[in-house]
Design a protein around this ligand. Structure first.
Ligand SMILES: Nc1ncnc2c1ncn2[C@@H]1O[C@H](COP(=O)(O)OP(=O)(O)OP(=O)(O)O)[C@@H](O)[C@H]1O
Length: 406
């Protein structure tokens, strides 16, 4: 796999608590003493919203908060822009703790850094689309020409060019949600908070919007915190997913990490019905292509490597790991017998290939038919790993796949 870059932290949440009701500090105290949400409610009438959560959100990722109804997703999201006041803890955004900031300063941060997109669109019914999109900019005191230019750009980005002068009630649900998205994009905020933003949409439109969001995020590099109770949606859009229960994040990881290594039985049950073949990709199931051989080497070295490693096929590459093809043991033995000095003439170039991101669902039929291992390629056509039948089976058995260092 490529070298991991250290991600830049955009939001850091430390020991965040939220308890609803009067004298909430009492609830926090009880949580610290190890009492649980139902017991605290029973004894005090206080409702635990968030129970000691600490996590980081990286710049440019889609960080999903997921869990069943009432687990605290919306509370956590709303604490991030202090639409809900945390009871205790800190929330550091772009290096500054927003807990304790005065109202004036907080409003400024909300306007400039935090865009919010709601499920119910929250559009102003008597304003045109462009004025809806420009609304946040208007509040910031930006003049009409500039805000209309920015709003028109955002409208174009979400695919609604031509609808600038329409009214909200002339638009379908999916289009309204695009307006909500455009509004958040127009504000230049580098963080978008999305609360069940697609949950009210028809399934097909919802899928389109998910694709659009992933695409926009890749183009604009916004940091997005996305709340959903839908596991498929979380797995699809999330760079990382935080799974919550009773006000607490119980696991954070990529879709693959959560599916392959659920941290406890609750997570395991939560993800039990997921179709792994749609989530795992070639890079999750491949193994290191080792050994490989340079196209400049001869059949004797090939024969020795194949014997040493007990393999009957060997991948042949250039010095930059560009795939040339594969040689089989029979051809190599024949070439040695005939005193050939190069592999020329015995390299089979017709090797089945997949990309690092090819889903397992597409790989399984290929592996069933293929006589040779599959070559896993990156964008530059370099060999990154290989897939044999066994690696697919062990991944599906949810065993840890081998570490990959191609
Ligand atoms: N204003 C409030 N007053 C009292 N309790 C609240 C308030 N808001 C939320 N809660 C409680 O906090 C807990 C977390 O609620 P929250 O709305 O954050 O959950 P959620 O995971 O977003 O659920 P849903 O998907 O149903 O919106 C729940 O027990 C809820 O009843």
């Amino acid at each position: 796999m490529d070298e991991e870059e250290t991600p830049e932290i955009q939001i850091e949440v430390k020991n965040l608590y939220k308890v609803f009701g009067s004298k909430p500090e009492k609830g926090v105290q009880m949580l610290k003493e190890g009492k649980k949400k139902p017991e605290i409610f029973e004894k005090t009438g206080l409702t635990v919203g968030l129970d000691n959560n600490s996590f980081e959100v990286y710049k440019g990722e889609i960080f999903v908060l997921m869990g069943l109804s009432g687990c605290g997703k919306s509370t956590l999201l709303r604490c991030l822009n202090r639409l809900i006041e945390p009871t205790e803890g800190s929330i550091i955004i772009n290096g500054r703790d927003i807990v304790g900031m005065d109202d004036e300063e907080m409003r400024k941060i909300r306007r400039q850094q935090l865009g919010m997109i709601f499920q119910n669109f929250a559009l102003l019914p008597h304003r045109t689309i462009i004025d809806n999109v420009a609304f946040g900019l208007e509040i910031q005191g930006i003049d009409i020409p500039e805000r209309h230019t920015k709003a028109a750009e955002a409208i174009k980005l979400v695919g609604l060019a031509g609808y600038e002068e329409s009214m909200p009630d002339q638009l379908s649900g999916g289009m309204k949600q695009r307006v909500g998205l455009a509004r958040a994009l127009a504000s230049d905020a580098d963080i978008l908070l999305m609360d069940e933003a697609f949950s009210a949409l028809d399934p097909l439109i919802r899928r389109d919007m998910q694709d659009e969001l992933i695409d926009l995020q890749q183009r604009l590099s916004k940091t997005i915190i996305f709340v959903t109770h839908d596991l498929d949606e979380a797995l699809k859009v999330g760079s990382r997913i935080a799974l919550m229960k009773d006000g607490k994040i119980i696991q954070i990881g990529t879709a693959e990490e959560i599916l392959m290594n659920p941290s406890n039985e609750y997570v395991e049950r939560f993800v039990a019905d997921v179709d792994m073949t749609r989530v795992l990709t070639a890079q999750d199931v491949m193994k290191k292509a080792d050994p490989i051989i340079s196209c400049k080497s001869g059949p004797r070295l090939a024969a020795r490597l194949m014997k040493e490693y007990g393999i009957s096929n060997l991948f042949v590459v250039t010095q930059h790991r560009i795939l040339k093809g594969i040689v089989t043991i029979d051809d190599v033995v024949e070439a040695v017998k005939n005193d050939h000095t190069t592999l020329e003439g015995i390299v089979t170039t017709d090797v089945p290939q997949v990309h690092l991101t090819t889903p397992l669902a597409d790989i399984i039929p290929m592996i069933a038919e293929a006589k040779l291992p599959l070559a896993v390629m990156d964008d530059d056509n370099r060999l990154k790993g290989i897939i044999v039948r066994g690696s697919v089976l062990s991944a599906l058995a949810r065993k840890e796949s081998e570490p990959i260092v191609a």
